[in-house]
Design a protein around this ligand. Sequence first.
Ligand code: PLP
Length: 398
Amino acid sequence: TSVLSERISALQESQTIAMAKKARELMAQGIDVINLSFGEPDFDTPEYIREAAKKAMDEGYTKYMPVPGYLDLRQAIAAKLQRENQLEYQAENIVVSTGAKQALANAVMSLVNPGDEVIVFAPYWVSYEEMVRLAEGVSVPLLGTLENDYKVTAEQLEAAITPRTKLIMYSSPCNPTGSVFSREELAGIAEVVARYPQVHVLADEIYEYINFVGEHASLAQFDEIKDRVITVNGFSKGYAMTGWRVGYLAATKQIAAACEKMQSQITSGTCSVAQRAALAALQGGRSSADTMVEAYRRRRDMVLEQVKEISGFKTPTPSGAFYIFPDVSAYFGRTAPDGSAINTATDLALYMLNDAHVAAVTGEAFGAPSCIRFSTAAADDKLREAFRRIKVSLDKLV
Ligand code: PLP
């Protein structure tokens, strides 16, 4: 028998992190690896936010804080949701957590019973499935089609709902595809959800600000289902604050209180100083985000131009986030110069790492085994060089 619990043995290591580890091993050997596996802004946290954190430390924000987050921060989040998303919430509806990741985990743990089905729109962010597994739920991936930019349709959703369905999870803008649900598409989804009163939805809006089409719609804007929608957002992506670990959710008082209880037993809430920095971030508005978004848009366009030259990539144009997610199945069945076969996206990602020295993540990690995810949150010259090398390597496949 194992020392370790069945729970932890069944849990998969994040493949994003696994690929980054392999890339670091090659780098340690002195190899110039371009790492496009991370979902991390390459910008520093804006200076006004860093200054607020320094000040907070000196002002004594060094003690335990309220479990769901400082009241003024929760009020500022409620005001942001009102101002930018037309969502009516009070501080008691908000729980601030250790990143959006913990907000998602709190919600899954608070809603899912063993055996409950959770419909996960695929391609999905790597952690959703594992969170459902930890809650002993059954995740039901529902894959959008390439023709529809991988967005699940209302019809697809309706067909997947069963009496056991408890929760639906998705991100928009989406990691890994960059797809953004329009208001009309969400209206269709809301109509379906409205017909199944046992179904809740976890709407992950962490990439809200990184949107190239302009309009961000929230599922909670549809009044008839608002009480069954949990909206998750945070500071990691829009404010380049990945290391600070601040995210939040907005939900009914009942669900928010459940998430607070969960959090009270596991982390006691997120870092005091990071929360003060998050408050400053919100007070500064979104102009620093807008500057970063311009850079992400320029890089997206540059990379899309380059991947046009790679004949085996079928790449939808991302509307948001900072990834491209080509279908690479045209290369399956080919052979590398060393004689090894390329049969899966994982084989191809490993080949690209070893031959082109570019790290990316296999689509298998996102429930899309025909695809590979490349982060475009890297410097322009690195991106240009990465896709130049990839083309050379792919051209060697026979
Ligand atoms: N949700 C999605 C879709 C993400 O891509 C990420 C980060 O990669 C997160 C949530 C987690 O964000 P945080 O750093 O706030 O925990």
